[in-house]
Design a protein around this ligand. Sequence first.
Ligand SMILES: Cc1ncc(COP(=O)(O)O)c(C=O)c1O
Ligand code: FES
Length: 392
Amino acid sequence: MEKYIYMDNAATTPVKKEVLEEMLPYFSEKYGNPSSIYSLGSASKNVIEVARDKVAKTIGADKKEIFFTGGGSEADNWAIKGIAFANKSKGNHIITSKIEHHGILHTCEYLEKQGFEVTYLDVDEYGVVDLEQLKNSITDKTILISIMFANNEIGTIQPIEEIGKIAKEKKVYFHTDAVQAIGNIRIDVKKLNIDLLSMSAHKFYGPKGIGALYIRQGVKIDPLISGGGQERNRRAGTENVPGIVGMGKAIELAYENFEEHNIKLLNLRERLIKKVMENIDYVRLNGHSTNRLPGNVNLCFRFIEGESLLLSLDMEGIAGSSGSACTSGTLDPSHVLLSIGLPHEIAHGSLRLTLGDFNSEEEVDYVVEKLIEIVNRLRLMSPLYDKIKEEK
Ligand SMILES: Cc1ncc(COP(=O)(O)O)c(C=O)c1O
Ligand code: FES
């Protein structure tokens, strides 16, 4: 393919060259097991601690509070199940939202089968959780509030500071899935009263299959994976040394270049939204207009199937994603788009384009140009669109 434009950076990002270079020696010549006492082993142990320090510093935590995991989903599972099982003598109630990632939602559903009770908070039309409903849902049985920092589909950023205050006041643990936020938002876990936070390296130009859970010192939590004594007896399994090194480097780079990255993405995002709105009718922007991730654009095109749009874009060498679950082999539209009140038929026409460090203004212009062509072509085949035009 001549030209390939990748605008699915919320799904994953490429590993940056500098990150890969730091990782490479830990696959081959520096292969020691961190638990071994000879120098080859302790060299691996040392680099893990260096990476842990980098991750901790970025979010204002102590390095003793960072535990490496096999990615964001594991961190989410650990936070929810670990808190639930360790605190069940205090209560069995968990509060989350309807628009969480499935790493949270499916874990909560699993816990419901184990006798826990879960409240799924509503969100408004922009995808923001209802703080009044949150306050009213807390009972003396509530042990955990888990609300994502920013949504992966529509990019909406939640009022994390307010939620942290409420949780602290009510003495309930507060977990946030910050998988989409790390690298895009500055986070200080102490200022925000966050007790647990999930992250995943492949969303900020690090490798896949490595993440971390921040656990504030003093939080009562069970392990998720039992076995050896790694991660101070809290997460068993020989450490993914190259992955950890890569995650450390990637998070360091993300915050070194934070302003530049943010300004660039905001500019690209606004350019894309403006051009689409100016050139295509019957389109709506999903999510909040300003309180959203800098690289997230989520649009619904009426009278069009998101799936056809994606396939047509792919044929032009453009990678995006659809909010509908069509692409994942089921016919359910996105739970996030339905939760913000979109009717099924509109939710079906959604397209998510997520910008990253490697996109350019020229790419945005090219994508808009192709989108105009594709949307016009697909609508020509839509009987509903014909009807609307006749009525006009
Ligand atoms: C908000 C959110 N949480 C969790 C995950 C899961 O992370 P991982 O792919 O590292 O398991 C993702 C990634 O898709 C995500 O966007
Ligand atoms: S988007 Fe095609 S059936 Fe849902």
